[in-house]
Design a protein around this ligand. Structure first.
Ligand code: GLA
Length: 766
């Protein structure tokens, strides 16, 4: 509900529902933020007004003689430098080379029509209500300069946006324009999601103090270094209890957010595009719309926040055609083949992929131009006939004949210098004036700010999509940008234009975006691509941290998660097939290794595993996600659709002589009886190492032919477990079966060595 309330004390705005609430007061023409967070009643608005604490100090008064008008000490929803607020402010304007204060004052409130939105910027859809608060500049030189602050209420989040419209007759330069500014009361911890290539989205938490904590990116994209999303939580918050705020941005370029506690105890939060190097022209008649900024709140710890964020993304960000639509199990040939393949090899892989239950065959890098390694061909769209003599159409037809869908990899934003595209258009590459070119992975980015470059990409990609009967596209981008500031900003607008033009008219194509894994995992890209390749690191143990970080802000359905080879290609860590699968269950499951060298035992296990995932994927992809019962060294992920619940219990390194383990399940009806069943998984004979000698009638060489053959063909059941009990008992925890402690085997023994895991299914007892 959005309400404008007039009281004797002033003008108020109430924007709230059962999940989030924001209350504003217009005082001195400024938007004071009385409250953001817990749902409150509009009757509380007057009680939430604060007084300044100004004494004999140098604080500047906005209204002469009125000590309550010291803006530096008030909680604000927007602010400008030059009005007496000395905290970090969301806007910076230059007029004739000098910073100028617009001093915006409130003029009106109104609704926003969809036609008013920038057509290129991605927007969240399906707001319950939207209001714009309109402010005009009271600076004598800037008469007519207008700021609109938009507030859109979604079922589980609040979305904000700032729009600057130059109705003055002065040309301005915009150095900074944030999407949102908010002052929140009390102490906080701030959590950011940081990393790099193959170690994306690791959570880091520090206290919010008087020193500023800035979370931003500079590589041209939302980045794997610092995801745009972050959290503010009260000290002591847990998975199940306490107050947490989540913030995010619908933007894929350089971003910036900061938090800092003020002298009177407000934490100022800024969210927006990075002002680093920015200097945008705002000419008379012009306007700049910022990306949308999201805020969600939970009083039920991280689990409540994840529920709100996930619902917002699933229902308002993901393209409509893919909302709550089950994602196919895919096979991708990259980690299995890299650049070395031909049609025969691909068909052999596709047949095996089909046999184990994959539904979509994705041909990754290397199908075009002279692309036998990453030094040539990027930018060209002619099919490499040496590898694919029947072209993409021929291959696609054969894949379809096998009963699978066909998907294709593109990296349209880049070129290799050794490509026809670059030879014909050397002036198309992106560079900053007078420097470079600076290479990364032997490639240069194309200048997407140029209309002719955008046309080339749109026409080339569209032609292939229309000819080769393609159901899925992996849109990759594998380097950081050589430019910053305006150019980097305009590049992202160019990218959004290209994505609109290719995919708006092809809504049934499943788009998975990728940037060397998770170098562009953000809500901007998710407006076009329902899922994102989270990381080139498919080692399940590394994925526990990567996916665990992403879940705070992004639902399982947005996270591409594949089973790959062991030992793993980037960590050389050996992990069991069961754990590789169990981790991939909590995302969009895929397979990505050379199936021609798959052992018979792995084939049997994967077949069984994929059938299980397909049967329950709706719950895995879209069920309510939460975490529970985390013991030292253990991680427990839970997804639930109300009837069916799955818990994944994962171990990294296990101690010798382990303690008894307990299964705890959140949120079940406490009075109902539930049936718990461990997913049947398999254990390689070889896992028993030299102990096997004691289990065989005659001692056998563990490196010898007999054991090696047994290891290829024979598996044992692992960790069978079932129980029946009330939801109350499951909430409190039930003990799991005996764990291996140096001897013995039976089908219910949990051979829980390092990197082992189980998935439990919980359904009502029939
Ligand atoms: C990037 C992607 C990989 C793969 C390769 C192909 O690294 O993240 O998944 O597509 O490019 O070159």
């Amino acid at each position: 509900m959005i309400r404008q309330i007039k009281k004797s004390g002033g003008q108020y705005f109430y924007i709230g529902n059962g999940a989030v609430c924001c209350m504003l007061k217009i005082a001195y023409g400024k938007a004071q933020l009385l409250h953001l967070g817990a749902p409150l009643s509009e009757d509380d608005c007057e009680a939430l007004c604060c007084e300044t604490v100004l004494g004999w100090e140098p604080g500047v008064l906005y209204r002469e003689g009125d000590t309550r008008s010291c803006l530096d000490e008030l909680p604000l929803a927007w602010s400008e430098r030059g009005t007496g607020d000395y905290r970090e402010t969301p806007v910076g304007l230059l007029y004739e080379g000098t910073e100028i204060c617009p001093d915006f004052v409130w003029s009106s409130a109104g609704e926003v029509n969809t036609e008013e939105y920038d057509a290129v910027l991605p927007h969240a859809r399906g707001a319950q209500e939207t209001v714009k608060l309109v402010f005009t500049s009271s600076n004598r030189l800037l008469e007519g300069l207008t700021l609109e602050l938009r507030f859109s209420l979604f079922e589980t989040a609040l979305v904000r946006q700032a729009v600057l419209i130059n109705r003055s007759d002065k040309p301005l330069k915009v150095m900074k324009l944030m999407s949102a500014c908010a002052d929140l009361q009390g102490s906080f911890m701030v959590s950011t999601f940081d990393g790099g290539w193959i170690r994306e989205a690791h959570i880091h938490t520090v206290p919010v103090t008087r020193s500023r904590v800035a979370n931003g990116s500079a590589g041209g994209f939302s980045s794997n270094r610092h995801n745009p999303g972050f959290l503010l939580s009260r000290p002591g918050v847990s998975d199940d209890a306490g107050e947490v705020y989540g913030f995010n941005l619908l933007w894929s370029g350089n971003h910036y957010s900061s938090v800092q506690r003020s002298s009177v105890g407000f934490t100022r939060v800024l969210q927006g595009i990075s002002p680093d190097g920015l200097c945008l022209d705002l000419l008379p008649g012009g306007r700049i719309e910022t990306p949308e900024a999201v805020a969600a709140w939970s009083g039920r710890g991280y689990n409540g926040l994840m529920e709100n964020m996930h619902r917002f993304v699933n229902e308002s960000v993901i393209p409509e055609a893919w909302r709550y639509q089950e994602r196919p199990v895919l096979y991708n040939n990259w980690e299995g083949c890299m650049f070395k393949f031909n049609e025969g090899k691909l068909l052999s892989l596709a047949k095996k992929a089909k046999k184990i239950g994959c539904e979509l065959f994705v041909l990754d890098d290397g199908w075009f131009g002279e692309r036998d390694n990453d030094q040539a061909g990027l930018g060209d769209y002619s099919v490499n006939r040496r590898k694919l003599p029947n072209g993409l159409e021929g291959l696609s037809k054969k894949i379809h004949d096998l009963g699978m869908q066909f998907g294709l990899w593109f990296e349209p934003e880049a070129v290799n210098p050794d490509s026809d595209c670059f030879r014909q258009h050397p002036d198309w590459v992106l560079s900053s004036p007078g420097t470079g070119p600076f290479y990364a992975r032997n490639e240069l980015l194309l200048d997407l700010t140029k209309p002719e470059v955008r046309d080339y990409i749109v026409e080339s990609v569209s032609a292939i999509l229309d000819k080769a009967d393609i159901q899925y596209v992996k849109w990759d981008m594998n380097r950081n940008s050589p430019v910053s500031g305006n150019k980097a900003y305009e590049y992202i607008l160019g990218l959004y234009d290209v994505l609109h033009r290719i995919f708006d008219s092809r809504p049934r194509i499943l788009l998975e975006s990728c940037a060397s894994g998770g170098n562009r995992f953000d809500l901007g890209m998710l407006c076009f691509s329902p899922q994102i390749w989270a990381s080139d690191d498919t080692d399940p143990v590394e994925r526990l941290d990567i996916q665990n970080g992403l879940y705070y802000l992004y639902p399982q359905s947005t996270i591409g998660a594949h089973v790959s080879a062991a030992p793993h290609g980037v960590t050389l860590r050996a992990t069991p097939m069961s754990t590789r699968s169990n981790v991939a269950f909590f995302g969009d499951f895929g397979v990505e290794f050379d199936l021609d060298s798959m052992k018979p035992v792995d084939e049997a296990e994967l077949k069984e595993t994929i059938a299980y995932y397909k049967q329950h994927r709706k719950t895995f992809q879209f069920g309510r996600f939460s975490r529970n019962g985390t013991e030292e060294g253990t991680l427990c992920w839970q997804v639930s659709d109300g009837e069916k619940t799955f818990c994944g219990l994962f171990h990294k390194l296990i101690p010798a002589g382990p303690e008894i383990e307990w299964l705890r399940v959140n949120g079940l009806d406490p009075d109902r009886t539930w049936h718990v069943e461990a997913r049947s998984q398999l254990l390689r004979v070889g896992a028993y190492g030299s102990l096997l000698r004691f289990a065989t009638p005659v001692p056998l060489d563990t490196e010898g032919t007999i054991i090696r053959l047994a290891d290829r063909h024979y598996q044992m059941r692992d960790g069978g477990f079932s129980a029946e009990c009330s939801g109350a008992a499951l909430q409190s925890g039930i003990p799991l079966g005996k764990r291996f402690t140096g001897t013995g085997y039976d089908a219910s023994l949990r051979v829980q060595g390092d990197f082992q895991s189980n998935v439990f299914c919980i359904v009502p007892k029939t």
